[in-house]
Write a protein of this length. Sequence first.
Length: 297
Amino acid sequence: MAKARGILALVLATAIWGGVYVVSRVVLEVIPPVPLVDLRLLLTLLALLPFYRREGGRPSLADYGLALLSGTLGFALSLVAQFYGTYWSSAHIGSLVTASSPAFIALLALPVLGERLRAGQVVAMLLALLGALVVMAPLGGGGASPRGVLMLVLAAVTWAVYTVVNRKLARRRSLWFVSFTTTLFAFLALLAPSLSAVHLPWSQFGAWLYLGIAYIGFISTAVAMYLWNYGFTQMPAATAGLFLFVQPIVGTVLGVGLLGERLTPWLAPGALLIAGGVWLALRGVPQEVPGAAQGEA
């Protein structure tokens, strides 16, 4: 039953994230990427605060150290890279390239979570990177750009850092602690460069923009992040990472249907290479999950 709930949580989280690429494409036309990320994190903190205040026990300095690493190098950098990559490319390309994260998650899970490195998993990462380069190839046709896809690859790598470090931290602290503290450190890391957003004409923005911000901040971050962290406590890291492929399906359907984005022939071979990398990364991964999280139901 717990594994079934984990699967459902991962599917819901990645489906929500598939939609955020389309919403962010619209909101980014008005609000710059870094202030939008920090606003997203602030809304998430407000949503998580009531639950975090119930946290019991005394976290150690090591716990806060892992949360700092995850929040800054993983969460903050990943969100900024994702928004810039989406802004410089398109919603469907953004969701596709960042779906290469499972290969990086599998690789990082080896040293961080104590699994043994396999040669096939090195090949997996190279295939995923090659898939991103193939997607980038038709620069004029699909709305992709070198800097956009490179930022999306960076988002995929740093998201793997966030996911694996959180899995390690969730073995000894609750998911509320993990979600709140990593978000807090990410928010503080981006606060200074985000203050310029104070001068934006907020009173002139329409309701559609505020609805988009609410979706990005509350639904796609607070809700989806908790679902993602929970799902990762229910199965091996590399196996759970496979669910990120729900994301490009939703992102592509919404990008084409709502934004009128045009697909190119390069997307199919790029997606197949990324899928091949993920498949190699998942081969031979044990199904039992060592070290259940405190927040696990």
